[in-house]
Design a protein around this ligand. Structure first.
Ligand SMILES: [Mg+2]
Length: 156
């Protein structure tokens, strides 16, 4: 007895590359102002930021900083707080799309599972994996805004 397909055509092979395998994010894209650095004065690194960045970098995860202030601004902030050695690359936030979301086409994310950490999640595309944090406005040693990020990163 011959087995036939419904349409009578040749058997369709199973897809061999269904996309990236599920797993933890291997690339972390951080906003700068109001996320890692206080947005009012730019003089304080958010509590927990150094520990999270160190944990991710030492775990082999790629760290990207991007900012509406530009890539050089993001780099300067990282250098200011001595975390630049943990960061792989810096980019600007640019080219908002029709919905007002910043484009990510210029970020080197091909083949990566990226998570975006930002205090303004409304600025990011709905198709992205976004971890929203409360805005870090001024120097506050009691700020706990990065606790969910540390948890997602597997730090605690
Ligand atoms: Mg921000």
């Amino acid at each position: 007895m011959v087995k036939t397909h419904r349409d009578g055509g040749p058997a369709t092979p199973e897809p061999t590359s269904p996309g990236p395998a599920p797993g933890p994010a291997d690339c972390w894209v951080f906003d700068v102002d109001g996320c890692l650095v206080d947005s009012l004065t730019g003089t304080s690194l958010r509590p927990g930021a150094r520990a999270v960045l160190e944990h991710l970098a030492h775990g082999g995860r790629r760290i990207i900083l991007w900012s509406a202030g530009g890539d050089e601004y993001a780099r300067a902030r990282a250098e200011q707080f001595g975390v630049d050695g943990l960061v792989s690359a810096y980019f600007s936030k640019e080219d908002r799309d029709g919905d007002g979301a910043f484009g990510t086409g210029h970020l080197p994310l091909t083949g990566s599972r990226a998570v975006f950490v930002d205090d303004r999640p409304e600025d990011l595309g709905r198709d992205l994996d976004v971890l929203a944090v409360s805005p870090y406005l001024c120097d506050d040693p009691h700020d706990r805004g990065l606790v969910p990020v540390a948890r997602r990163a597997g730090l605690r």
